[in-house]
Design a protein around this ligand. Structure first.
Ligand SMILES: [Zn+2]
Ligand SMILES: [Zn+2]
Length: 112
């Protein structure tokens, strides 16, 4: 009956791992709440626009639309008339003018 012993040992190891670093496949995404950490505050290059990963935590807008991180986007917003000159952000992003414009980060899509 060595297999029974092995299962018991494995679960013991797992519970020990849970208490220390977490018994998860993806330990990197262990924290569900957005912490104002330097790492992960800005989206890496090449993320899908509109996805959970496409998010500027610092400015609370999609990274692909963040004019404060990417000044090259400013002209495009100004060209469409979507610009708040008093706050230097797109009018559609300007929570200083209208708090209801606050963007909501898209939910994370679980990888298969
Ligand atoms: Zn930003
Ligand atoms: Zn404004």
């Amino acid at each position: 009956m060595s297999s029974v012993y092995r299962v018991a040992f494995a679960s013991l190891v797992c519970s020990f791992a849970l208490s220390s670093s977490g018994c998860k496949k993806d330990g990197h995404a262990a924290a569900p709440s957005a912490a104002p950490a330097a790492e992960g505050a800005h989206a890496p290059a090449g993320v899908k626009p509109g996805s959970h990963e496409d998010w500027c935590v610092e400015h609370d807008v999609p990274e692909s639309q963040c004019t404060r991180c990417n000044k090259e986007l400013v002209a495009a917003f100004k060209a469409t008339g979507d610009w708040c000159s008093s706050h230097e952000v797109p009018e559609s992003h300007c929570v200083a003018c209208d708090p209801s414009r606050k963007k909501v980060r898209p939910p994370k899509v679980a990888a298969p």
